[in-house]
Design a protein around this ligand. Sequence first.
Ligand code: NAP
Length: 321
Amino acid sequence: MADNIEDVIIIGGGPAGLAAAVYTSRATLKPLMFAGAPYGGQLMLTSEVENYPGIPTIVGPELIERMREQVREFGTRIMDQNVLKVDFSKKPFKITADKDYLAKSIIIATGAQALWLGLESEQKLRGKGVSACATCDGFFFKEKVVGVVGGGDSAMEEALFLTKFASKIHLIHRRDSFRASKIMQERVLNHDKIQVHWNTEILKVLGEQHVEGVSLKAEGKTSDLKLDGLFIAIGHKPDTDLFKGHIELDEKGYMLTNATSALAGKKLPAFNPKFQTGTSVEGVFAAGDNVDHVYRQAGTAVGMGIEAAIDAERWLEETAT
Ligand code: NAP
């Protein structure tokens, strides 16, 4: 059994969790962070980051290392372990990793993962022309030819965003119709830089050091298409399985907070507008891509992590006995 009760345990060691750690450790709450194994989240798989304010260019893993160094300086204890079980049914809350840990408050920042096609060639060229984020990497494809895979709103949005940089976008979709909203479909279909390939499957991403193209299959025939980059936009999955049945999630598995549920016209059982990042369990806060399926940026995750830290700090103050 745990011998002491932590003020705050942070689950997740990406930008949202680390930002929450900066604030809670500076507030002398001595946070204990379970950063996961491997730690760091999606930024660990990102090459150049050029859109993090104040840092003109940095590779994703270095940004994470700098944040880890910063939070350790302020007294955060980081454990590079996965949490195996949670129990939020009574206070103090219980977290199980190598052993049980107790805490008065919890900040969940477990993030999300982009879905991938699952091809070996795709994984080999990730960060070498294969990306799941046009906002992050589109800039590197000025006047280049790129592919986008998917038929949902994300794929439409990525393709349209890429028209600002690329000279040509091949939108590759496995069926004969899009599931994206009509307005987005129309914008894509009417854009002269975007060519749609219907009923088309990607068999292989071509290239050794960098993406050089894709091998496609359409109507039983295979062909190669030359590309400089390939954006996979087939959806994301929040890392929230551990919390099913413990806090309220939406139908896609994203965590509902006071802010997001209010936007959806619902109120959580522990609704308190003062704590925007509060979840359905009072004292459990959530931040980052496990909540946000819209913006999904390191900078926005950091912002929400800071909000969660301030909420936890204020809530602990209010409930202190
Ligand atoms: P989504 O709606 O689930 O669409 C995923 C797309 O990827 C589908 O077209 C699907 O094909 C395709 N796909 C899935 N697995 C595939 C595979 N293995 N190989 C090839 N294609 C595959 O995901 P999303 O586009 O990320 O959108 C998620 C949610 O966020 C939606 O509710 C969306 O409306 C919302 N969103 C809104 C906006 C906006 O309003 N601006 C922007 C982005 C996202 P099938 O169609 O054949 O299943």
